[in-house]
Design a protein. Structure first.
Length: 540
């Protein structure tokens, strides 16, 4: 076919089941070829002809070559003659070894190069010349420190995540004034984050899952949209200069050693959509005196595993963006290429990686678990109609579960476990038709478990540790303490209320005796509440 295609300019055969070997001389027949895409043909391979073989053809017209997922094991030799090649995608292949000076011959015109998901072990020299703008070598086997020679000064995006890089970030990176995307995440880099790095005009900076220590430098770039510093050894305060990053949409500092109070001042960043402070040493109460306009765009907030205390602030929980469906658009939805980052989410003992950054992501999460919050659950939470995950577990919350939580129509996971919540489970919760995870265990809940819809799918783990609960899926249809009263004071057949009067007077008498013994009015009222529940049990 290619032998008769001298005038062919574009060849697009991506995502098929093509097999066989493509040789350089076959491609040379298409002398006018400028665009070649054979990607995602896993049974296809290129000739492994040695670079010393004589060649009498050139690919001066080639401008864009995409050979992703083609089982390629070495850099194709024919590319050396493609002197005008501006885009090259060799991602997700089996290329091994080093990126050497020899391998880079003929790549002088490259603007974008993707070598991700291969088996490269080192970079002797950065590819491209002074016009290279994007380089992706993520998910390889790169080892040792970052190359001492700086990347091309024209570079705008550098992705080197998921490798085995060690050492510190060279200060030469601070001279890359064009660099806006830098992803060095999931490596073994250490040392402190250079202060000069914080002064650059970043769009997206991702240093998560490394071994950086010391304090976070004073980032203050108005162009910064995403800052991921989670899973390091950073300590000290969250820099107040972040309030000057007025374009900031994502801030993740989870799993560090930061010691600070709640950064209410971040509420001034009206575009902030994701705030993750999980697993640090943040402490103190969250001030309720927060302007209603603060955090109006927030769609993911994770404050879990800290030392926050006080009551849950009503004003903070009045998240406008969580009330109605709206696609998560972290990058201002215009002018800037989408960028992917990852946020870890824990749902019912499962640790998930949530990818955010594409315009299609729509995930809303509120996690205040494993703190020292007390008081009741604010009713304003019931107005967050697009919230998918609500986790308030492992706190000291008391009172009853507000029935208005049944209005959270999109809710898929609800965890209120390990608190001091009492009263009955509101039957309104059965209206949560998308609910897949429910955990109300280890509270003081009483009464029958509601039946119907999603509640018929939950197992007993959702309710254990509540001695006053009964009904499916628990083995007891009525709690044995309450049943004991029913059996002693009623006739046991449940056909009439003949036994309820002496039963009532017995419980009321118990309440007055408790008051007389100075146990307190609160205990007596709690006893009367239990009496009402025992009546329900007896009737049930």
């Amino acid at each position: 076919m290619l032998a008769k295609a001298k005038s062919l300019q574009t060849l697009y055969l991506s995502s098929n089941n093509l097999s066989g070997v493509i040789t350089s001389d076959m491609l040379a027949k298409a002398q006018s070829l400028s665009f070649l895409d054979l990607s995602r043909n896993s049974l296809l391979s290129l000739s492994s002809r040695d670079h010393t073989d004589h060649v009498n053809y050139t690919f001066d017209g080639l401008n864009e070559v995409r050979l992703s997922s083609c089982n390629i094991m070495r850099f194709p030799s024919f590319l050396k003659t493609a002197k005008n090649l501006s885009l090259l995608d060799l991602s997700n292949n089996k290329i091994q070894g080093s990126i050497s000076k020899w391998e880079l011959e003929g790549w002088e015109a490259l603007v974008e190069l993707d070598l991700s998901r291969n088996s490269l072990t080192s970079i002797e020299q950065y590819p491209g010349q002074n016009i290279l703008q994007s380089l992706d070598v993520s998910s390889n086997q790169l080892q040792g420190p970052l190359p001492s020679a700086p990347p091309p000064p024209s570079l705008q995006k550098l992705l080197m995540s998921n490798n085995n890089l060690t050492g510190e970030i060279p200060t030469s990176f601070c001279n890359l004034t064009s660099l806006g995307y830098l992803d060095l995440s999931t490596n073994n880099l250490g040392g402190t984050i250079p202060k000069c790095l914080a002064k650059q005009s970043w769009w997206h900076l991702d240093l998560q899952f490394n071994n950086f220590h010391g304090q976070i430098p004073a980032f203050d770039s108005g162009s910064l949209k995403s800052l991921a510093l989670n899973d390091n050894q950073l300590e000290g305060l969250l820099p107040r200069s972040l309030v000057n990053c007025y374009s900031l949409a994502l801030l993740d500092v989870a799993n560090n050693k930061l010691n600070d109070t709640f950064p209410h001042w971040l509420g001034k960043l009206l575009g902030l959509q994701l705030l993750v402070l999980r697993s640090n040493r943040f402490h103190g109460s969250i001030e309720d005196a927060i302007a209603p306009s603060y955090f109006s765009s927030l769609e993911i907030i994770d404050l879990s595993q800290n030392m926050f205390t006080g009551t849950l602030p009503t004003d903070l929980l009045n998240f406008t963006a969580m009330r109605h469906p709206n696609d998560l658009c972290i990058w201002s939805c215009g002018g800037v290429e989408p960028y992917q980052s990852y946020v870890e989410v824990v749902i019912k003992r499962l640790q998930l990686k949530l990818k955010v950054g594409d315009y299609t992501t729509s995930f809303r999460l509120l996690d205040f678990s494993n703190n020292q919050f007390y008081g009741g659950i604010p009713k304003v939470l019931g107005e967050l109609g697009s919230l998918l995950v609500l986790n308030l577990s492992h706190n000291h919350l008391n009172g009853s579960i507000p029935p208005i939580l049944g209005h959270m129509a999109a809710l898929e996971s609800l965890d209120l476990s390990s608190n001091k919540l009492g009263g009955k489970i509101p039957p309104e919760l059965t209206g949560l038709t998308f609910l897949e995870v429910l955990n109300l265990s280890h509270n003081n809940l009483i009464g029958p478990i509601p039946k119907g819809k999603q509640f018929d799918t939950f197992d007993k783990d959702s309710y254990i540790g509540n001695p006053g609960l009964w009904g499916y899926p628990l083995s007891k249809e009525c709690h044995y303490i309450f049943k004991k009263y029913c059996d002693e004071d009623g006739d046991g057949d449940g056909d009439d209320d003949s036994g309820i009067i002496p039963f009532i007077w017995k419980v009321v008498a118990m309440g007055y005796i408790w008051m007389w013994n100075s146990v307190g009015v609160e205990h007596w009222l709690h006893n009367v509440h239990n009496w009402e529940t025992m009546v329900d049990c007896w009737k049930d």
